[in-house]
Design a protein around this ligand. Structure first.
Ligand code: ADP
Length: 404
């Protein structure tokens, strides 16, 4: 007799950016993806939704200026047309900023909305989009529990010595100016998966995880907990990224305003949208394009890659201060999961930490494969671990929904 199929644990995961909305329905237990897609250019003259369902890709044009609410309405229509609603048990929202209020995922109620609204002053663009997404989903899925999963929550175990800026203390107490860190869901996920892969308890594991996508951050994980991370009050601090500068001398602000007449918005654009790999290569923010150009001998592309790796290696080395002992360096995100070139360059600069790179294993680790890429002789392991933030959000949302 065949086994009874267990009842589906489908969760709709929503990730609202300022002008985009990523969505997916996945099974919280198996991680199977039922449908996934991206609404982009929301609020512009040509918003659209592309999605993948049953192995096929589709594109829907939205009407000019339509934004998050209309995108969610369109998504709801699609879900109903395809009969996907009846298996849904919860909606999980990725919320970028949880401030100091939220140390774990929360069932969304009025108090949680208030907390998210307060934290939104620290990240207005993202916070506003997250709140819009929550309001639209609450209206569309009235009976379903809605759960907020915070990008900052995993880092709430950092201590003051790591999270304070050396600024007047009152800026922290009165306005919450401190380092929060982001990509927490990803750092948490890849650390726990790596502990499993290496067959060691996460509570006794010291890892440094490098999430390298369009945004990049490193996290120092001591005995399974985040003790430091490279992003700060906003996702601009730390590593060199696709279009973000990462660390700079704050004295640059004075130079840009007094010498070049920049205003606050122009400085924000410069640091967030025109810098990083794009700024140095003067070519692209896309790592693949830069790697191809570097192979063809483009000097700025070569420099962009060298800088990216040098700054990353420097940050990893700095995190040996809180960790003292390192079990594994983990690579994840689009670049971390795919770029053997960057992994090799970073590991080579960190040989004194006991890391090395097995050429064959490094070349083989791409397109979503996980594995150890250091040799058997390495005292510290290098690991490639594909991230799956959507699954963490789905699992948290399902767990909270089932407690109700
Ligand atoms: P996001 O932060 O938007 O989720 P991703 O995690 O998808 O971004 O990462 C995007 C980055 O991954 C881009 O810079 C892209 O060039 C890079 N990337 C994807 N595939 C490869 C590859 N095969 N080799 C090098 N870089 C890659």
């Amino acid at each position: 007799m065949s086994a009874q199929p267990s009842s589906p644990h489908h969760v709709l995961v929503l990730n609202c950016g300022s002008s985009s909305l990523k969505f997916a329905i996945l099974d919280a237990i198996s991680s199977e993806e039922i449908i996934s897609g991206l609404a982009e250019r929301l609020g512009s003259s040509s918003p659209s939704i592309k999605y993948k369902y049953l192995g096929k890709k589709y594109l829907l044009e939205l009407t000019a200026n339509q934004a998050h609410k209309e995108a969610i309405d369109t998504l709801v229509k699609l879900i109903n047309e395809q009969n996907l609603a009846s298996n849904l048990i919860a909606v999980g929202h990725r919320v970028v900023h949880g401030g100091e209020h939220f140390t774990k995922s929360m069932l969304i109620d009025d108090a949680v909305i208030k907390g998210i609204t307060q934290a939104a002053t620290l990240a207005p663009l993202h916070g506003h989009a997250n709140l819009l997404g929550i309001a639209s989903a609450q209206a569309a899925f009235k009976g379903l529990p809605q759960v907020a999963v915070f990008d900052t929550a995993f880092h709430q175990t950092m201590e003051k010595v790591a999270y304070l800026y050396a600024l007047p203390y009152k800026l922290y107490t009165d306005y919450g100016v401190r380092r929060y860190g982001f990509h927490g869901t990803s750092h948490y996920y890849v650390a726990s998966q790596t502990a499993e892969l290496l067959d060691q308890p996460i509570e006794q594991s010291n890892f440094i995880s490098a999430h390298l996508g369009n945004g990049c951050s490193v996290c120092a994980i001591k005995n399974g907990k985040s003790v430091d991370t490279s992003m700060g009050l906003t996702p601009l601090e730390g590593l060199m990224m696709g279009t973000r500068s990462g660390d700079i001398d704050p004295g640059l602000f004075n130079f840009l305003t007094t010498q070049l007449n920049y205003d606050a918005q122009q400085i924000d654009d410069l640091l967030n949208k025109q810098s990083g790999l794009l700024g140095i290569s003067e070519l692209s923010n896309d790592c693949r394009t830069i790697e191809e150009a570097a192979v063809a001998g483009n000097e700025k592309a070569i420099l962009a890659l060298e800088m990216f790796c040098y700054r990353l290696a420097k940050q990893v080395a700095a995190f040996m201060v809180p960790l003292q002992r390192l079990d594994a360096l983990i690579f994840t995100g689009g670049i971390g999961e795919n770029s053997d070139i960057i992994r090799d360059k970073v590991i080579t600069q960190l040989a004194y930490l006991g890391l090395d790179c097995d050429n064959g294993a490094n070349l083989a680790a791409r397109f979503g494969t996980q594995g150890v890429i250091s040799s058997q002789h390495a005292s510290t392991k290098a690991v490639v671990m594909p991230t799956n933030e959507e699954w963490v959000i789905a699992r948290d949302a399902a767990a909270i929904a089932q407690e109700l």
